[in-house]
Design a protein around this ligand. Structure first.
Ligand code: SF4
Length: 237
């Protein structure tokens, strides 16, 4: 079903490590009814990660055929599919799967943190929407991901998304031990300067994390007005 990838090999989707499939979602791609395919494997170790059970590819529980079978029954019922994770771009078969989904008539969305900007650039022509995690001011990324240089890669990936013109939303997960209110202002101003128009602050939730962060509550009013007002479309969730 897949075509050769532009400019190189096109690894098969057949061996994708699928850690879970949600058959119906109204929240994973704003304005679209979608399925969500969670790919196992991520090179980062964000302390607030709600899918820490998917960090290792060995956590895969479903096959690609399971996904194809589900999507076959969803033709005409869903607008599209979102590939999430884990970090979906860590899997070389992702582009092939995206092509298959498009061939079946589905729009393709992507959740990513930008750990692999070259692969992101390669799949952007296949993608109609990106939910892009912006975890911190670029130089503070290792505080969250545990990986040196991760902020540079995330900035490069975001620049690629913006240059492509693909519709996107930036989102920042907020735990007060990891980001200060001033950090949020810095993030919002940086994003606005780069041309991001839509930004969501997501309150930390303990469910699914590895338990390394203490419980914490943040509220909409805790986000400084300078951060909220920097963006054309802002949301707290
Ligand atoms: S990049 Fe995403 S999937 Fe990977 S550890 Fe961070 S939050 Fe979790």
């Amino acid at each position: 079903m897949s075509n050769p990838a532009a400019g190189g090999s096109d690894p098969s989707a057949a061996s994708l490590p699928i850690g879970g499939i949600t058959s119906f979602s109204t929240v994973d791609w704003p304005g679209r009814l979608v399925a969500v395919c969670f790919l196992a494997g991520c090179p980062w170790r964000c302390r607030y990660c709600q899918n820490s059970m998917l960090w290792d590819v060995s956590s895969a529980t479903s096959t690609y055929q399971d996904l194809l079978d589900l999507m076959e029954t969803r033709r005409g019922l869903l607008d599209g599919i979102v590939f999430s994770g884990g970090e979906p771009l860590a899997q070389r078969g992702l582009a092939s799967a995206m092509r298959d989904m498009r061939d079946m008539g589905f729009e393709v969305g992507l959740h990513t943190g930008g750990a692999l900007p070259d692969r992101l650039r390669d799949v952007l022509p296949l993608v109609s929407w990106v939910g892009y995690d912006v975890k911190a001011p670029w130089d503070a990324y290792p505080r969250i991901t545990g990986v040196d240089g991760s902020g540079d890669r995330a900035r490069e990936g975001l620049e690629a998304v913006l240059a492509s013109g693909v519709d996107m939303e930036a989102r920042t997960t907020w735990h007060p031990d990891l980001l200060s209110p001033d950090d949020l202002v810095s993030i919002a101003r940086t994003l606005a300067r780069m041309g991001v128009r839509s930004w969501a602050v997501q309150a930390f939730r303990e469910q699914g994390t590895d338990g390394s962060l203490p419980p914490a509550r943040v509220y909409p009013g805790d986000v400084p007005a300078e951060a909220r007002d920097a963006m054309a479309h802002y949301e707290f969730r």
